[in-house]
Design a protein around this ligand. Structure first.
Ligand code: SF4
Ligand code: SF4
Ligand code: FES
Length: 274
């Protein structure tokens, strides 16, 4: 085991663990954004940074391997300031209205994106080009999770990637073609990992537009997909006796949160009248 200190507390973690794992072991909440426990960390957001004794720069805790004797501080003024700035820059450039977790952290770190004025650099038209899901890149924080699961982390379809640089960087299909003309196979795994609602089921998007989307009235029920013999766990999100979206638990041994088009979008056959 590796022994190190987090905020003055001694913790032990397995070899290969990260500083984020050590923080979790110490019971310290860090605010990861681009990190997902089932995917290889990419270090895109820098929101999980911590202060490491002897290191000049703050280090992303999701990427940095734990080493014996390290002294980590997660709540110093420097760390809080850095996280606050990341949250403010995101909030001033991106629409976070459907990202409750990000807004919760903004409150914790006293982030005030409005002090930068109405920037909204990511603003662009909603993409509605198929019946299953919509893409609203005005809400995209470029965490790369969708690109990863569409590619080598799950689906190996490579329908989307980051195009452009700097302020022009955005998630795009090849040559920005509409989804039906792209390589997309509508597995919806990108929707499942998107932390901001930039990718959303058409049903959710429509209900939000109508003002009828109400998560407090929704129930979540796990079941096994009925389409084939793999045995994927589906979590059915139900409102007013209707399946409004389908996810799968990240910690499920069979799916690791991933589904195919039938599991993700096919369950609504139960509502058919004949
Ligand atoms: S639905 Fe699946 S194939 Fe299509 S872009 Fe998303 S992850 Fe890629
Ligand atoms: S669309 Fe969602 S998952 Fe993809 S990069 Fe943007 S915020 Fe992340
Ligand atoms: S969560 Fe660690 S860099 Fe994004």
């Amino acid at each position: 085991m590796i022994e190190l200190s987090v905020d003055g507390r001694t913790v032990q973690v397995e070899p290969g663990a990260t500083l984020l794992d050590a923080c979790t072991a110490a019971g310290v909440e860090t605010p990861p954004l681009c990190f997902l426990k089932t995917r290889t960390p990419v270090g895109a957001c820098q929101r999980c940074v911590v202060e490491l004794e002897g290191s000049r720069a703050l280090v992303p805790s999701c990427l940095r391997a734990a080493e014996p004797g390290m002294e980590v501080r997660t709540d110093s003024a420097r760390v809080r300031h850095s996280r606050k700035m990341v949250l403010e820059f995101l909030g001033s450039s991106v629409d976070l209205s459907t990202a409750p977790e990000l807004r919760r952290y903004a409150a914790i770190y006293d982030a005030h994106p409005e002090r930068y004025g109405e920037c909204r650099t990511a603003s662009q038209p909603l993409k509605v080009d198929n019946a299953l899901y919509v893409r609203d890149y005005s809400k995209c924080v470029l965490c790369y999770k969708c690109v990863e699961v569409c590619g080598t982390e799950a689906q190996y379809t490579f329908a989307i990637a980051v195009s452009g640089r700097g302020f022009d960087a955005e998630i795009s299909t090849e040559f920005d073609v509409a989804l039906p003309d792209s390589a997309c196979v509508y597995c919806g795994n990108c929707i499942g990992v998107c932390p901001t609602g930039a990718l959303a089921f058409s049903s959710e998007h429509q209900m939000r537009a109508n003002g009828t989307w109400d998560e407090e009235r929704q129930t979540e029920t796990d079941t096994i997909c009925s389409y084939c013999g793999v045995g994927c766990v589906l979590t059915l999100h139900v409102q007013d006796n209707c399946i409004v979206k389908v996810t799968s638990p990240l910690d499920d041994d069979v799916t690791s949160g991933n589904l195919c088009v039938k599991g993700r979008f096919g369950a609504t056959y139960v509502h058919a009248e004949q």
